[in-house]
Design a binder for this molecule. Structure first.
Ligand code: UP6
Length: 263
């Protein structure tokens, strides 16, 4: 594969959501996404504000917040504007097309109305993409497919992964990449964005099946594009800003090393 910088890719990408993300990464010089998996609104907002300057994407699990309300969403959207990041609700949709349409657009969370990016498992088949696309595409949203998971014993491998990539290829107006552990492009003109969870510098796992690799392993060795870091950043409440700067620096240094290798 010929190598292109985030900025080069932004210029030629056919998917609008991917273009926005790649432009943002280049402009802000960060390939870090922080996963803010906390259960209180105030804590979520405070972490989002602290990591804001360092991230390209803020990843949420909105359904774990005890005191969710519409104001939380409004404040998150405001922080996204202030700090220049995109919001990714990690909903991992997994039902038939008709059901996910409602789960995406309706209910308490109305995810499609505020989340720039969301994701889906491919286990139900292609109808899940079409259902989400009906709701998200008119709003300019983008979808990632879960092609590979980071956890031990995950069934997302072999033909499952291959078929997931094939599904993405047929929906490139809406699907712009994957949650995966390695680069997924097969030809030079293919340009899927790979966002990779299971990233940590200090520990190898969490005792519940999570497996961590370093930013270097993920970006340089595996050719992924965005590192997703959760507990490594917010785990120690006194070090959130410090750790987000550390992971931003590690992710960007790894990217520059990859650029250098391809010169
Ligand atoms: N996540 C994974 N692995 C996957 C897909 N998603 O860990 O294959 C998500 C988790 C969590 C974050 O739901 O929000 O990425 C990882 O958090 P951590 O860094 O604290 O382990």
């Amino acid at each position: 594969n010929t190598f292109k910088t985030y900025g080069d890719r932004a210029k030629s990408h056919s998917n609008a959501c991917a273009r926005s993300l790649l432009e943002l990464m280049e402009r802000k010089q960060t390939n870090l996404s922080v996963a803010v998996d906390v259960t209180k609104k105030a804590e979520l907002l405070s972490i989002a504000n602290a990591v804001g300057p360092y991230v390209c994407v803020l990843k949420t699990h909105i359904d774990i917040v005890d005191d969710f309300d519409q104001d939380l969403v409004e404040q998150l959207e405001q922080l996204a504007k202030t700090h220049d990041f995109m919001i990714f609700e990690d909903r991992k949709f997994a039902d038939i097309g008709n059901t996910v349409k409602h789960q995406y657009g309706n209910g308490i969370y109305k995810i499609a109305s505020w989340s720039h990016i969301t994701n889906a498992h491919t286990v139900p088949g292609e109808g899940i993409i079409q259902g989400l696309k009906d709701v998200g595409l008119p709003l300019g949203r983008g979808l990632l497919l879960l092609a590979e998971m980071s956890s031990k014993g995950a069934l997302t491998k072999g033909d499952y992964t291959t078929e997931s990539v094939a599904m993405a290829r047929r929906h490139q107006d809406f699907v712009f990449g994957f949650i995966a552990q390695q680069q997924m492009n097969q030809t030079d003109d293919e340009d899927f964005i790979v966002m990779t969870p299971g990233v940590g510098l200090d520990v190898k796992g969490d005792g519940l099946g999570q497996q961590y690799r370093t930013p270097h392993q993920v970006i340089v060795d595996s050719g992924c594009d965005v590192i997703i870091v959760g507990r490594g950043v917010y785990g120690n409440p006194d070090q959130v800003q410090q750790q987000s700067a550390r992971y931003r620096d590690a992710g960007w240094a790894a990217y520059l090393e990859r650029c250098q290798q391809h010169k």
